[in-house]
Write a protein that binds this ligand. Structure first.
Ligand code: MG
Ligand code: MG
Length: 278
């Protein structure tokens, strides 16, 4: 069952989404050489408190922190730690969430620590982010869930990889419905699996967290002995981008983007829905 939201509920989710955007801004600034991933967690905690928002990751299935900090070959679910000190040249994916009045927001981005990153790393993050936007642009009336998966996969497959070879589209994790819980039906693959059918129709009130994860090598992952940290099986570095999106009568609204997705969706010829809080 897909939870369909009213405009009032979408406005609440927009509130939560803007808190997530504020955590992104603060943690992006704090992700510098010498900082620990625990420092970033504390930054996120402070922003949540300032907005009277609750964390949704803390305690989720026993997760011990407020955000996920996934460095280099870590794909997702890295646990913030005093032991992980960011170095010049690292890449880090920071995944953040917030709850306002019971409504959830969830979004992630990849940041470059310091400077001088190889072009293939810059391109990895760009391709991952742009595939997310291609997926968001496919969130329109009349489409089905598989159209979002297809848009993400098609975008990635059309990008030449510097140095040759193929990008790995991570298969073990994907996007999800979101609303009164962080993870709800349906599960959203980042590629098309014909055995799964086309999925539900995208209608007004449908909300999805769209989150491609891409590696420089394998699509395969394994979980470390801490039961959380997900790494690529071949050790290649990976990128993760995510936004929470609502479909409205007036098009998609990117709940976790400060501008509601207006600028990036325009590049796809899509008009973002007006901000219900503006
Ligand atoms: Mg997330
Ligand atoms: Mg998510």
């Amino acid at each position: 069952m897909v939870q369909i939201k009213t405009p009032e509920q979408i406005a609440k989710m927009r509130e939560a989404g803007l808190v997530v955007a504020a955590i992104h801004a603060a943690t992006r600034e704090a992700a510098v050489p010498g900082a620990t991933t625990r420092d970033l967690d504390q930054v996120a905690r402070k922003v949540l408190a300032e907005h009277d928002a609750k964390p949704n990751f803390l305690g989720y299935g026993g997760f011990p922190a407020t955000i996920c900090t996934s460095v280099n070959e870590v794909v997702v679910h890295g646990i913030p730690s005093d032991e992980v000190v960011l170095k010049d040249g690292d890449i880090i994916s920071i995944d953040c969430g917030a709850i306002i009045d019971g409504w959830h927001g969830d979004a992630a981005f990849t940041a470059f620590v310091g400077s001088g990153h190889a072009p293939e790393l810059l391109e990895l993050s760009r391709v991952t982010e742009e595939s997310m936007w291609a997926g968001i642009a496919a969130m329109k009336q009349g489409n089905r869930l598989v159209d979002v998966s297809r848009a993400i996969e098609t975008y990635i497959r059309r990008q030449p990889k510097p140095g040759g070879g193929r990008y790995g589209i991570i298969e073990d994790y994907g996007g999800h419905g979101i609303g009164t819980e962080m993870h709800m039906d349906p599960h959203l693959l980042n590629y098309v699996d014909r055995r799964r059918g086309k999925g539900p129709k995208l209608v007004t009130g449908f909300c999805l967290a769209i989150e491609p994860m891409v590696s420089l090598g394998t699509p395969g992952t394994e979980v470390l002995s801490d039961d959380w940290t997900v790494i690529t099986t071949d050790g290649t570095w990976s990128s993760h981008w995510e936004h929470s999106v609502a479909l409205t009568d007036e098009g998609p609204l990117v709940l976790t983007a400060p501008d509601g997705g207006r600028a990036k969706l325009a590049e796809h010829g899509v008009t973002a829905a007006p901000d219900p809080l503006a």
